[in-house]
Write a protein that binds this ligand. Sequence first.
Ligand code: KG4
Ligand code: ZN
Length: 335
Amino acid sequence: MEHPIILAIESSCDDTSVAILAGQKMLSNKTYNQDMHQKYGGVVPEVASRSHQQKLTTVVQSAIDEAGISLHQLDAVAVTRGPGLIGSLMVGVSFAKGLVMGLQIPLIEVHHMHAHILAHFIDDPKPDFPFLCLTVSGGHTQIVRVDSPHDMVILGQTLDDAAGEAFDKTGKLLDLPYPAGPVLDRLAKEGEVKYSFPEPKVDGLDFSFSGLKTAILYFLRDHTADDPDFIQKELPHICASVQHTIIEILMKKLITAAEQEGITEIAIAGGVSANSGLRSALEVIGQEHSWHTYIPAFQYCTDNAGMIAKAAYYKYLKSEFANIDISPSARLEWQ
Ligand code: KG4
Ligand code: ZN
């Protein structure tokens, strides 16, 4: 069937999301974001899995209602198998198994990071193959050469923290609410790039962000020793400077990758691709290098089931179905 109706579930971290895709058309994409983690300053795995358990049925129902379909019209159910928090993944995978057994339809397992990349195929314009994708999220930072929806090669990745973690950990040092990425982005717009931080020296196309975190820690410690109100007075400028450094690190490697591979179709994906500074840097640098650039719509940057449905669509076309006895994997391998 060329136009399958697929229900997709994403529960790898702290977003409970369900989407329904009919052929190429996204009929619904509903997400419940677990804001209770804010008070802990990070995602608490136990709290996250319990919340998925509580909310998933409601989110499924609202996705079905919005799509205006009945469960019996579904051709397949897709679910994120990993990577992610094991307890959170377990809730989505178990629910998906129950649904496919009840409805007697196939199960499709999806790799979360493949799905971030394939989110580019939900709406136009779509990149041509092969393209490069800088995938930047709370758990990953990768440069991937995408040869087809089924063939992706990691050219480089972070050796320690992810770009999203660099934003979130800086936010913690600045006492910003979790997740700090969007808050830091907003504050950076009101500031200037006044301070500089050392950029890591990492070979090839790999990244490292843990040194930056330490540099910011010492920077803040030294300045607040001189002036206890330093953070309060300089917050937008600190945010603008940190964001600038993170973007510089990312873009330099992306330029190297594009030159090395001779590819000018360039995309960004993942939660950090919602960052306004990164989005405009890609456009500016893209023009300088005559790239065709692809930036996902905001709703498909951070975790969402729409991207899971799209990745599953390509698997459905090849009848790549999962066994009913699969279990989730926190560190699911790149297939
Ligand atoms: O892809 P995602 O929703 O979840 C993971 O798979 O990790 O990414 C979440 C990450 C968090 O670190 C969050 O702070 C970051 O994306 N993020 C941002 C922005 N929006 C989300 N970072 C910088 N600027 C933003 N506007
Ligand atoms: Zn993600």
